[in-house]
Design a protein around this ligand. Structure first.
Ligand code: DOR
Ligand code: ZN
Length: 344
């Protein structure tokens, strides 16, 4: 197949940031995706429905004329998120979930939840109202090796959580291991997962052999090749528990190429083409539509999009760098390299 037409896709996990960054991130994403779940890890974080509505309005100011991009908002879970915020989410027409970062897990997660048991009263309301809980699934204890943090989260946090709240809708975000994929497969249909393009296209050798590649550093960190293979298998399996979430996370070039480099890959401008590349590499391009355009909407209980986009198998050179903020630049995923798919 050299051309495929799919229902317009949605991105169920993206970082658009705020302020001037939106000039870059919103048009880049909106040229491909109809909806996006906009992550709330701003400074300060988006903690209430009112703050989410205000953030959505700031995003909307950067949507190109005539584009129908529909940002879907998420609240940032803190130890103080009150149970009665859930009814407000239910009543809003733009907030769709709450994101839980274990405190200290990643960029701007310091206000995250210190111990999940402290917020069980709020989670109980989420289960009652069927509001999805989105999880950054890594433990943060200093002594736990960075490559084991996702697996330990499954055992120590997620298993007890599901036992306590069997009807809670959960998205395990940006999964990176066979352990996480198999865990999700074993659960009820209330438990799903998103997968990023970088975790399908790369493994830790790509990041670390022959010199460190800071632009492939993201969290959860890339794992060994066997995990990459499993992620490709489940993403392309047609199982609706696995759907698209880019985790596109911009950081300026100097913040990435730094003695203490930030975590995050910027994939927004060509994300759907990168997924096409990954699916095609394993001979499964026909499975892209379910993963990119159907399963996420179904999980969130939103209608599937009705417009379509077309992708063509044709070389495309990814730009070396993109302008970002006033006088900075950003290095996108696959910068300077050629991929084989292009949106027409
Ligand atoms: O690599 C990442 N970057 N992982 C995250 O969880 C957060 C994100 C960011 O906001 O930069
Ligand atoms: Zn993220």
């Amino acid at each position: 197949m050299n051309t495929i037409t799919l229902t317009q896709p949605d991105d169920w996990h993206v970082h658009l940031r705020d302020g001037l960054a939106l000039e870059r991130t919103v048009p880049d994403l909106a040229k491909q995706f109809r909806r996006a779940i906009c992550m709330p890890n701003l400074v300060p974080p988006v903690k209430t429905v009112d703050e989410a509505i205000a953030y959505r309005n700031r995003i909307m100011q950067h949507v190109p004329e005539g584009n129908l991009f529909d940002p879907r908002m998420v609240l940032y879970f803190t130890d103080q998120t009150p149970p009665d915020e859930i009814a407000k989410i239910k009543a809003s027409n733009c907030v769709n979930a709450i994101k839980l970062y274990p405190a200290g897990a990643t960029t701007n997660s310091d206000n995250g939840v210190s111990d999940i048991r402290k917020v069980y009263a709020t989670i109980e309301e989420m289960e009652k109202h069927q509001i999805p809980l989105l999880l950054h699934g890594e433990v943060t204890h200093k002594h736990v090796d960075i490559f084991d943090r996702e697996k330990r989260f499954l055992d120590e946090v997620l298993s007890p959580l599901i036992q306590q709240f069997p009807d809670l809708k959960i998205v395990l975000e940006h999964i990176t291991t066979s352990d996480a994929a198999n865990f999700v497969l074993e659960q009820s249909k209330k438990v799903a997962a998103t997968i990023t393009p970088q975790h399908l296209l790369f493994n830790r050798n790509d990041m670390l052999v022959g010199g460190v590649k800071p632009h492939l550093y993201c969290l959860p960190i890339l794992k060994r090749q066997t995990h990459q293979t499993t992620l490709l298998e489940v993403a392309t399996s047609g199982n609706p528990k696995f759907f698209l979430g880019t985790d596109s996370a911009p950081h300026a070039q100097n913040a990435k190429e730094n003695a203490c480099g930030c975590a995050g890959c910027y994939s927004a401008p060509t994300a759907i083409e990168l997924y096409a590349q990954a699916f095609d590499q394993v001979g499964r391009i026909e499975r892209l539509e379910g993963f990119a355009s159907h399963f996420g909407a179904d999980f969130y209980g939103l209608p599937r999009n009705t417009d379509t986009i077309t992708l063509k198998k044709e070389d495309q050179v990814i730009p070396e760098r993109l302008d970002y903020l006033e006088d900075q630049q950003i290095i996108p995923l696959y910068a300077g390299q050629t991929i084989q798919w292009r949106k027409v």
